[in-house]
Write a protein that binds this ligand. Structure first.
Ligand code: NAP
Ligand code: HSE
Length: 428
């Protein structure tokens, strides 16, 4: 029987899952594509490392050229991570006419255009479903299922590690550093977890989703990024008190042709679909002009969920090979990016300020909001108890990012304000 030979770059969390799925589901895969799939060679960094799947030693190498220049290998799966080496190996594989499947959002959000251009020239496929939201099919729906609609908003919990941490902080009141270790042990976190907790991992993903959903030439540099490291236990408790959960959201919005992209901790109202997404689960909310609200939900990280997306891409390449249409699907014309200014980005906000316990301070706070043209929705002054300062929580109606930044600058100059403790965007 005919056989498709695959080269695998990486045998870590995802690579191991890929080997397992190809082995376990071989019969089903064969039925779908009409031939056998064989992982012929696997690239690793450390050849001595113990592996949790059985692979014969002669299939493992530390030399990428053994895959790139092996004429029998037709498809290269890149699940090693990192940017420069992965880019080099992929571009050289494309030069050899090999099709690419990758789970690497860092790479696709920074060099995606270059890789897709090369693949077009070489009539090769490049698929990267696993790069966003692990096991959730979202890239193919955005590109294919929504092609008839005009998408205005994509908003998602697209980092499993941080959602796992925030869920534990909300449910168990634990400290963020302690939960991170658990997320790493479960294989959700990146090799360098600062990309997860700092918001960069989610930023890569929202850049990819916005490029595809808005057909716009945006990239990682267009995303304003804030991670979860400053979220305190108290913020989580105050959010709950108001009927919200704090979630790290990637948000892409388009009005007419103007776009905004951000990753930021956001207070999401408990009744919102995204508020109930727990643990390492991800969810992507897509609002289309014609379809209205939709949501895609599932496991966003981890060995087997991510590997299912990778192997599904492999099947797509194999089917294209059978039809002789590789490299014909990726071509698309992107519009020039047209980013919104802070005056055009609107949201509700939560602000927590620590102030001196003095006559008239509340009036001064309210006056600052008024002077910046911000309408207050609610104000709660917490009982002082044994603290030396007073805490005031304010929630606003819709206002611009420029206005909220101005009021915070004003607070920071007031004698009666000890500090602006927290500021969160709110989503109802
Ligand atoms: P990982 O566990 O750190 O595994 C990386 C693998 O690549 C290891 O086998 C490593 O070799 C090998 N490798 C790394 N750099 C190499 C180099 N320069 N030369 C040769 N081999 C190299 O990573 P992972 O979690 O599987 O993630 C892989 C990719 O999938 C990343 O792009 C990640 O962002 C993406 N992704 C991961 C998840 C997830 O849940 N983990 C989900 C979606 C997407 P050794 O084993 O010898 O060290
Ligand atoms: N580190 C990523 C996460 C893996 O936690 O979501 C999936 O891309």
């Amino acid at each position: 029987m005919e056989k498709i030979k695959v080269g695998l770059l990486g045998l870590g969390t995802v690579g191991t899952g890929v080997v397992r799925i190809i082995e376990r589901h071989q019969d089903d895969l064969q039925r779908q594509i009409g031939c056998q799939i064989e992982v012929a060679k696997i690239l690793v960094k450390n050849i001595e490392k113990d592996r949790t799947v059985e692979v014969s030693k002669d299939r493992i190498t530390t030399d990428p050229d053994e895959i790139i220049y092996d004429d029998e290998i037709q498809i290269v799966i890149e699940v090693m991570g990192g940017i420069e080496e992965a880019r080099d190996y992929i571009l050289r594989s494309l030069d050899q006419g090999k099709h690419i499947v990758t789970a690497n959002k860092n790479l696709m959000a920074t060099h995606g255009r270059e890789i897709i251009k090369k693949a077009d020239e070489k009539k090769c496929d490049v698929f990267y479903e696993a790069s966003v939201a692990g096991g959730i099919p979202i890239i193919r729906p955005l590109v294919e299922s929504f092609s008839s609609d005009r998408i205005h908003k994509i908003m998602g919990i697209i980092n499993g590690t941080t959602n796992f941490i925030l869920t534990k902080m909300s449910e168990e009141g634990v400290l963020f550093e302690d939960v991170l270790k658990e997320a790493q042990a479960l294989g959700y976190a990146e090799a360098d977890p600062t990309a997860d907790v700092g918001g960069l991992d989610a930023a890569y993903k929202i850049a990819i989703l916005a490029t595809l959903g808005f057909h716009a030439d945006v990239d990682i540099n267009d995303v304003s990024v804030e991670g979860i490291t400053k979220i305190s236990k108290q913020d989580v408790q105050y959010a709950k008190q108001l009927g919200y959960e704090i979630k790290l959201l990637g948000i892409a919005e388009r009005d007419d042709e103007r776009i905004s992209l951000s990753v930021q901790p956001t207070m999401v109202k408990k009744s919102h679909m995204l508020a109930s997404v727990q643990g390492a689960y991800n969810a992507v909310y897509v609002y289309g002009e014609a379809v209205g609200e939709t949501m895609f939900y599932g496991p966003g990280a981890g060995e087997m969920p991510t590997a299912t997306s990778v192997v599904a891409d492999l099947v797509a390449v194999a089917k294209d090979m059978k039809l002789g249409v590789n490299g014909l699907r990726e071509s698309r014309k992107l519009s020039e990016k047209n980013m919104k200014s802070e005056n055009e980005i609107f949201s509700k906000y939560f602000v927590l300020v620590h102030v001196e316990d003095e006559v008239g301070v509340m009036a001064q706070i309210a006056q600052q909001f008024a002077s910046c043209g911000i309408s207050i929705d609610a104000v709660i002054q917490q009982p002082k108890n044994d603290k030396t300062f007073t805490e005031i929580m304010i929630t606003t109606y819709l206002t611009s990012k420029a206005n909220i930044n101005q009021v915070i600058r004003n607070f920071n100059m007031m004698k009666a304000v000890r500090k602006v403790a927290s500021v969160y965007r709110m989503e109802d």
